[in-house]
Design a protein around this ligand. Structure first.
Ligand SMILES: NC(=O)c1ccc[n+]([C@@H]2O[C@H](COP(=O)([O-])OP(=O)(O)OC[C@H]3O[C@@H](n4cnc5c(N)ncnc54)[C@H](OP(=O)(O)O)[C@@H]3O)[C@@H](O)[C@H]2O)c1
Length: 162
């Protein structure tokens, strides 16, 4: 299982229920990596999508405590254990944890790799990813060149669990 996330300089990922950045090259990266795969998300992240609709061409797995929650096109679970049971026969590379803050925190020990888009900006945020550079369980294994989109610089980093 892998995580995929886009972070600001201080590992912010969201503010008031929305993403911090709208970076088309990162959206493209996300789409390419997760296409036809299973994506695990919290109910907060599902609600942040346009119209609260699940992502097309993916198996959308949503975690909520609400036993009555239903959303067309989403598979709804009430515990992490139920999700792990559901995905146990999926190939390890075919499952992505896509957020948000609570869900990354919950699944980080179950992931072997983290695809982290690092944006070289600090902006107001209220939701965070853990500082993967300071976590001794994780090591940077690959970093792309520095790209720029409309004045925003970013790079694509891969971290592996040690
Ligand atoms: N930068 C990025 O790459 C990225 C990616 C994804 C999201 N985001 C941002 O992150 C923010 C959302 O993150 P978030 O942390 O607020 O929400 P979240 O992690 O997406 O979802 C939280 C929800 O998950 C459910 N949940 C949490 N723990 C649970 C448990 N133990 N059992 C059952 N259900 C559980 C609860 O749903 P119920 O309340 O329904 O019970 C909870 O409200 C948004 O701002 C979004 O834009 C950023």
């Amino acid at each position: 299982m892998k995580m995929i996330v886009c972070v600001s300089e201080d590992f912010g990922i969201g503010y008031k229920g929305d993403l911090l950045f709208s970076l088309p090259p990162d959206m493209k990266f996300f789409r390419e990596k997760t296409k036809e795969k299973a994506v695990i998300m919290g109910r907060g992240t599902l609600d942040s999508f346009p119209g609260g609709k699940p992502l097309k061409n993916r198996v959308n797995i949503v975690l909520t405590r609400d036993k009555n929650f239903a959303r067309e096109g989403a598979l709804v679970f009430n515990s992490k254990e139920e999700i792990l049971e559901y995905i146990k026969n999926f190939p390890e590379d075919d499952v992505f944890v896509i957020g948000g803050g609570q869900i990354y925190e919950m699944f980080k020990d179950d992931c072997s790799e983290a695809l982290v888009t690092k944006v070289r900006k600090k902006v107001p945020c209220d939701t965070f990813f853990f500082n993967v550079d300071k976590d001794e369980k994780w090591a940077l294994s690959d970093e792309s060149e520095l790209f720029e989109h409309e004045g925003t610089q970013f790079s694509f980093c891969t971290y592996r669990k040690i």
